[in-house]
Design a protein around this ligand. Structure first.
Ligand code: PLZ
Length: 475
């Protein structure tokens, strides 16, 4: 694996790229700051690891107690080129000297157009495109629905099991999981219909009630169920179907091969706009610029956010020119949409991806992780799956025979990693998945260290679990 900082001709990471534990995690200063937070911040915000960060760079997060944590989260797939890439800092600082904001709906600036131009060229699909920029992922999803409705004159939206699309009212309704995302927040906007996804580990039943036995059958059963759902609700009522090419929050579910191409065909058959939500999986995360590239599928609309602007808030809706231009003038916008600082950061991100080394890094991360983690499926009784693509990888904890989810094990593994200075996240409908989202610039040694910590945690936790199961029950 190459170090993208040096290959991109930029100075090496400023923080030492080694894990270091100076105190327990969280340390005393973080604990004190967390108390202060609790006294001032809404309890509605959750927290994965109550550690306060002072600096971050490459694959390291340095906290206020002097601990250096290995970053397997990238701020949920955002800081793919590191949290302080020199070129992002340069471009954003230079923009800060010029102006911070004009509002693109009031007066224009060129970086907005340049970001749109790059996305028009690089998103999947060999057709004329236009792009609209916003700030958050949820906003991009909402605007895709607005555009699809405006262009088709239809209202319904098809979404999928295990989908995550955001926390705003419409995107909450599109998201599958109740707790924590939707609980107590209804009623929700109407016209959202959910269909089965092609989850290879937990597939939808076949028409005759049978369980699909091969990947091809998983795909066929899911596509048949999509057609059945559309038939029930009237395909002619659907403006859009919205799908993540790899489902993120829902558990890093890579759909069975052929599912995305099957959806493409169904969308074409019924004149439905296919919206591919690449917000988590896109921008190089999976080893190609967009995750739909793996299947050779192009959405009519592709959504980007997260890693698009190296940590600054920016999202994009890129789609067929005739769809994007179907909206009446003034119908799209927002005060901060395509903020100039964020656009400059995105242009720095595009530059960093230019020589292909970051995509190669993503693939090398997958190879290294697969070697260390994939054997855990055979070695333990409760790791049901190792899956993912590039630097978007996951371990699912479940009884290997019954597939009964084991969120307790995922939680314990994550806790042990955290205590050892490795920041891992969980996800999944059942909360039983550990996901890895390291920055693409993480060094080889640091990655290997983090993977060993994770591996040891899994081995330890699953061994204790089998001992517990084997021990005679106590009253
Ligand atoms: N679409 C596919 O992954 C954001 C959410 C974290 P926003 N995922 C992380 C949380 O608990 O809030 C996401 C995504 C996909 C849309 C979104 C929404 O992006 O920038 O968080 O609005």
């Amino acid at each position: 694996m190459t170090d993208a900082y040096s290959t991109a001709g930029a100075p090496p990471a400023a923080l030492p790229q080694t894990r270091h534990l100076a105190t327990a995690i969280p340390g005393p200063r973080s604990r004190a700051l967390h108390q202060e937070r609790q006294a001032n911040v809404s309890d509605g915000f959750g927290i994965v690891l109550p550690v306060f960060i002072e600096r971050a760079d490459g694959g390291i997060l340095q906290d206020v107690d002097g601990n250096r944590l290995i970053d397997f989260a990238s701020g949920i797939a955002v800081t793919s080129i590191g949290a302080s890439h020199p070129r992002v800092r340069e471009r954003v600082s230079a923009q800060l000297e010029r102006f911070t904001h004009t509002c693109f709906m009031v007066t224009e600036y060129q970086s907005f157009t340049e970001v749109a131009k790059w996305l028009n060229q690089h998103t999947p699909g060999d057709f004329e495109k236009r792009t609209a920029l916003f700030s958050t992922g949820a906003e991009a999803v909402e605007n895709a629905v607005k555009i699809a409705r405006s262009a088709t004159g239809r209202s319904r939206v098809l979404v999928f099991d295990e989908a995550y699309h955001g926390r705003s009212l419409l995107t909450m309704a599109m998201t599958a999981k109740e707790n924590p995302y939707r609980l107590n927040f209804g009623p929700f906007p109407a016209e959202i219909v959910r269909a089965a996804s092609a989850n290879p580990l937990r597939p939808a039943a076949q028409h005759d009630g049978g369980v699909p036995a091969s990947a091809a059958e998983v795909t066929a059963a899911a596509l048949a169920s999509v057609e059945a759902t559309l038939a029930e609700h009237g395909p002619e009522n659907f403006a859009a179907m919205v799908i993540e090419p790899i489902q993120g929050e829902g558990g890093f579910v890579v759909p069975a091969p052929g599912f995305l191409t099957g959806l493409r065909a169904i969308a074409d058959r019924h004149g439905i706009v296919l919206v591919i939500d690449e917000i988590q999986a896109g921008m190089g995360r999976t080893g190609t610029l967009f995750a739909s590239d793996h299947e050779g599928v192009a959405g009519d609309i592709t959504l980007s956010a997260k890693a698009l602007a190296g940590g600054l808030p920016l999202s994009a809706v890129t789609g067929r020119a005739e769809l994007m231009n179907a909206v009446h003038a003034g119908g799209l916008g927002g005060t901060y949409a395509g903020n100039p600082l964020a656009c400059e950061a995105a242009l720095a991100v595009f530059k960093a991806f230019e020589d292909g080394s970051l995509l190669a890094n993503a693939r090398a991360i997958e190879a290294a992780a697969r070697e260390v983690l994939a054997p855990l499926v055979a070695e333990t009784h409760a790791v049901a799956d190792f899956r993912g693509r590039g630097a978007m990888l996951a371990l699912e904890f479940a009884d290997r025979e019954t597939l009964a989810p084991r969120a307790d094990l995922a939680k314990e593994v994550a806790a042990r990693c955290h205590a050892q200075g490795v920041l891992t996240l969980t996800c999944g409908t059942y909360g039983n998945v550990i996901r890895l989202l390291p920055p693409l610039v993480i060094g080889q040694d640091l990655l290997a260290d983090g993977l060993q910590v994770l591996r040891q945690a899994v081995v330890g936790v699953t061994a204790e679990d089998s001992n517990l199961a084997a021990a005679p029950a106590h009253a």
